[in-house]
Design a protein around this ligand. Structure first.
Ligand code: EPZ
Length: 417
């Protein structure tokens, strides 16, 4: 447990490195189970969800060795284990071990991942797709038992481009000789990163316009692979600059993954430019232009940037609208922002944010990872000291957010409790 103590009222000035992407690292690390060899994974973020994934890999007999931000996964002695609720309870995205285990071990037993504060998080799309691939899945009270001895390549058409389901299918298909096609697939940069990883170990995988083609194999090779930069981490610091003001440079940020985010923050009044090393942002922190934004699957505005944007829009010169179309309950942070003096009204999946002139420092609670980041951003705009409880959520997805903000000239201090 713990909290972040935010010393607000200062503009941001400085340069910070953007770390490897959480949502790319998790499926790639899970994929290391597939090739029964040595996987050198560079630019891996040191965050709780990565440590939890490595914990599962070690329980399954992989050898893990860290060298800076490089993690070496030796999966040559990996063996089948039950992914029990102790493991899925720590991190619901461990459901994608189902695909990797069906691929490597031709069986999987995975406890049902719970929902979380942002939604029920069902896995029906995962299950339907794997069954279509020939996996026989028995649903127990608390877990799914999968028998994958007779899988076959096929064409799968997803009813919704679920990121996790797409990853589960890709991981399974990489071990099925023949060509598996996924239509209406997720096409986030993190999906493309997983495709490049699978190609690097021998299962050529191509993503194009929402269609993914996986050429599965039973002959894999070792790999050295780099994780893409975290577009949500980079967007988080852009949002902080947009409302606190200042001039920052985000090293290693990949602008091609962030077109919609950059478009929206330029419309709020930020000056954003890019050179090959990263993204430069300048903002007065004043006269923020209200926005009307709907979150959506890539390449639309990412749901994982919604709380951070909401914090910025609480100080806009007018009323903004956010329509959260991906998750059914992702406005928990709005109640916390209203405690600071924001004026946000929620009606189902739509938030109306009437801009106010300033927010008041106070004690806040994060209920999920991105909400926590959004609250820190809001607290940076206030004169005085705010407290953001629920640091454990934030540490799941941000490597040393306190150090990154220190690089940018403001003080966000972690306090264990
Ligand atoms: C991934 O979650 C990310 N997590 C989330 O990031 C991100 O918000 C989400 O994709 C959307 O971009 C990781 O990559 C580890 P989905 P995932 O399956 O895979 C519904 C963060 O903050 N759905 O695309 O769980 C689901 O309920 C996290 O880093 C079904 O109905 O997202 C949701 O409404 C938060 N049935 C929508 O689809 C299914 O079988 C999107 O879910 C699967 C999903």
């Amino acid at each position: 447990m713990g909290r972040y103590i935010v010393y607000g009222g200062k503009k941001l000035f400085g340069i910070t490195d953007i770390h490897g992407s959480k949502n790319a690292a998790l499926p790639v690390l899970c994929g290391c189970i597939i090739n029964s060899g040595i996987n050198v994974i560079r630019n891996c973020p040191k965050i709780t969800d990565v440590f939890n994934t490595c914990h599962i890999l070690e329980k399954a007999g992989c050898k893990i060795k860290w060298d800076g931000s490089t993690v070496i996964v030796d999966s040559s002695k990996a063996r089948f284990i039950v992914i029990d609720d102790e493991l899925t309870g720590r991190m619901r995205s461990s459901i994608i071990f189902m695909g990797a285990f069906c691929g490597r071990f031709k069986k999987a037993v995975v406890s049902k991942p719970g929902g979380c504060r942002i939604g029920k998080r069902p896995v029906d799309i995962h299950i339907e797709a794997l069954e279509q691939m020939g996996v026989v899945i028995t649903e127990g009270l608390n877990c799914f038992s999968c028998s994958a001895g007779k899988m076959k390549p096929c064409e799968i058409n997803l009813r919704f481009p679920s990121v996790g389901a797409t990853e589960n299918i890709m991981l399974t298909a990489s071990c099925i000789n023949g060509v598996t096609v996924i239509k209406n697939a997720a096409c986030e940069p993190e999906i493309e990163c997983l495709a490049e990883f699978l190609t690097s170990i021998g299962a050529e995988t191509v993503c194009e316009n929402g269609k993914i083609t996986v050429c599965g194999t039973d002959k894999f090779n070792n790999t050295e692979f780099s994780i893409i930069p975290d577009r949500i981490e980079a967007g988080t610091y852009i949002a902080a600059c947009a409302c606190a003001g200042g001039e920052i440079f985000l090293k290693n940020a990949n602008v091609s993954h962030m077109k919609k985010v950059i478009e929206v923050f330029e419309k709020t009044g930020c000056k954003i430019s890019f050179c090959d090393g990263g993204i430069y942002v300048k903002s007065s922190g004043k006269d923020i232009t209200p926005q009307n934004v709907k979150t959506g699957v890539y390449p639309y505005f990412p749901t994982d940037m919604q709380p951070q944007l909401m914090s910025v829009l609480t100080l806009a010169k007018g009323t903004s609208i956010i329509n959260e179309s991906v998750f059914e309950n992702r406005f928990n942070h709005a109640l916390e922002l209203n405690k600071m003096g924001a004026n946000i009204e929620i009606d189902g999946c739509v938030a109306a944010i009437k801009g106010v002139t300033k927010l008041e420092a106070c004690e806040l609670t994060a209920f999920d990872l991105r909400a926590g980041a959004g609250l820190i951003i809001a607290a940076l705009t206030c004169d005085g000291i705010s407290y953001v409880n629920g640091a454990e959520y934030i540490k799941r997805g941000y490597e040393a957010i306190d150090k990154s903000f220190a690089d940018l000239g403001v003080s966000v201090r972690f306090e264990n409790r």
